[in-house]
Write a protein that binds this ligand. Structure first.
Ligand code: IPE
Ligand code: MG
Length: 213
């Protein structure tokens, strides 16, 4: 989810407003994924590298997270959304950890998954999964995959990056091995369900060979 800052800058608004509008884009998408037949939507909300941002911006993002969980949890429960958090989320502020634990518990019975990457970095995820696999005495692709945060999620089919940047920025590096990629110019606050539907339509036209022919 990239481009909140540029969206705000173009409109002459503070960055914080860009992040707020980014949350609204998330809300609209989450409401529409059920109808689009998406079993699991994963959102990269905060990376393990985002701590490098000015403290004020990190605080804004954390406060938005608090507000979002509080305001949207009842809707998740009502709409059968199962929340899943990937990343080192136990390392966030204790009150956020407590809110997330409660949200995970309340949504455990949901039928489609909203995975949110918080304090997430793919290289850290892979290193830790490899260490766990080694400790189990079996280092194989399967045993590493079984120790990734995403072990219980479906395979990654489509990865979308917004805002015109063409890089993965430490997101789902292992899982992206055979994912289809979509790089779109739309800034995240403007990324609407129509844009997601367009990406799905493009995805449906792709021929996936997984190295075969
Ligand atoms: C949102 O967009 C990413 C988050 C960390 C939430 P940015 O804040 O990276 O926006 P740009 O890249 O400055 O436009
Ligand atoms: Mg950015």
């Amino acid at each position: 989810m990239d481009g909140n800052g540029r969206w705000a800058k173009r409109k002459g608004l503070p960055r914080a407003v860009g992040h707020q509008r980014g949350v609204e884009a998330v809300r609209k998408l989450v409401r529409s994924v059920g109808d689009m037949g998406i079993d699991c939507l994963t959102l990269y909300a905060f990376s393990s590298e985002n701590w490098k941002r000015p403290e004020e911006e990190v605080d804004d993002l954390m406060n938005l997270m608090r507000k979002f969980i509080k305001s949207d949890l009842p809707e998740f429960v009502a709409n059968n959304v199962r929340l899943k958090i990937i990343g080192d989320w136990q390392g966030l502020a204790p009150d956020i950890v407590a809110m997330l634990e409660d949200a995970l518990e309340q949504t455990a019975g949901g039928t489609h998954t909203l995975a949110v990457a918080l304090n997430y970095g793919a290289q850290q995820e892979i290193a830790s999964a490899a260490a766990k696999a080694a400790a189990s005495g079996e280092v194989t692709e399967e045993s590493i995959a079984a120790h990734l945060y995403t072990a219980d999620l479906p395979p990654l089919d489509l990865l979308i990056r917004t805002s015109g940047e063409v890089r993965l920025s430490n997101f789902l590096l292992w899982q992206a091995a055979y994912a289809e990629m979509a790089f779109v110019d739309t800034l995240w606050p403007d990324f609407a369900p129509e844009h997601l539907q367009q990406a799905l339509d493009d995805f449906a036209q792709r021929e996936r060979r997984y190295g075969g022919r």
